[in-house]
Ligand binder design. Structure first.
Ligand code: FES
Ligand code: ZN
Length: 303
């Protein structure tokens, strides 16, 4: 196995590209993929302030590292969601990386700052912890980005995540979600910040290789609530397909973006957006779900 670029000994084989790379050329390939994705989808440029959402896992750590090394104006954002040890450990990893590399980091703690407890809320609302957690995260990403004058919110979604989401949405023909699945979600309201996924063509394995080569510390554990999630099953199924036919995931995503997605444009819900009467963030109801969560949590501690 020789590196396709320099003919030295290859250390990673990427079957879907029918290519092997040595360490140095892998980094070159990785960097190029990220740069191409940013450019092709006009995600942001060097003048833009970019908020990078960090969980402490390999994907977001890789994203933060590559964007900072390429000279983009990035600030990390970490949310402590109060998920026991998982949250404590990930916060430590993220803070120590920021400190060692002199990177800016914004930390939000939903319990300390807003009195929110995702477990209590999920019981009260009869919703899964992941869905409550997801609403809180989406709200805070946007709020912090908007308040801080950021041009984009970047997340570490990789090719495996995107293909699994697409498969899930196709299996139940979630037209609205299909219309919105994209490496770039443009803003549809002056108070909504654009969302981008610069790693959407890179696999979990490639991100792992990137953090290992660069000796970036990351949290190996997944969120404990991810266990048994549908997305994991979809990933397994896609891995099986990928084994038989390398390139399946990438073809699935790129051909969807090129040919499939446009058929769902009409399914984009034309929701009437308004500003929350309490916090002013964008919502479709009088009071946004985040403010409802805060109210509910406070009522419950008073009782
Ligand atoms: Fe939100 Fe796991 S990260 S429930
Ligand atoms: Zn609100």
């Amino acid at each position: 196995m020789k590196c396709v670029r320099c003919r030295k000994k290859g250390v990673i084989h990427l079957k879907r590209h029918n290519a092997a790379f040595c360490q140095e050329c892998f980094l070159y390939y990785y960097k190029n993929q990220v740069k191409k994705n940013i450019k092709r989808h006009r995600m942001f440029d060097k003048e833009d302030k970019v908020l990078v959402v960090i969980s402490g896992g390999k994907d977001s750590m890789a994203l933060w590292h590559i964007l900072a090394s390429e000279g983009y104006n990035v600030t990390g954002m970490y949310i402590n969601l109060g998920i026991g040890q998982y949250s404590d450990k990930s916060q430590q990893v993220v803070e120590s990386f920021a400190q060692k590399n002199g990177l800016e980091l914004i930390v939000k703690d939903i319990k300390k700052e807003y009195g929110l407890d995702i477990y209590k809320l999920s019981k009260l609302l009869k919703r899964s912890t992941c869905s409550v957690c997801g609403s809180i995260k989406r709200y805070l990403f946007n709020k912090v980005a908007y308040d801080g004058g950021f041009s984009a919110v970047a997340t570490g979604h990789n090719l495996d995540d995107e293909a699994a989401t697409l498969l899930g949405n196709v299996l139940s023909w979630e037209e609205g979600y299909l219309a919105r699945q994209s490496p770039v979600l443009e803003s549809t309201h002056p108070k909504l910040v654009k969302k981008v996924k610069p790693l959407y063509t890179l696999t979990e394995r490639e991100n792992l290789f990137y953090v290992l080569i660069n000796k970036i510390e990351f949290l190996h554990d997944e969120c404990p609530h991810a266990v048994g999630a549908r997305s994991i099953l979809y990933k397994e199924v896609l891995n099986r397909l990928e084994e038989e036919s390398p390139g399946t995931k990438q073809r699935f995503i790129t051909s969807f973006l090129e040919k499939g997605r446009r058929h769902f444009q009409d399914a984009q819900e034309k929701l009437e957006l308004r500003e929350c009467s309490i916090c002013g963030q964008v919502t479709t109801t009088e009071v946004c779900s985040f403010c409802r969560f805060v109210k509910l949590s406070n009522q419950n501690t008073e009782n």
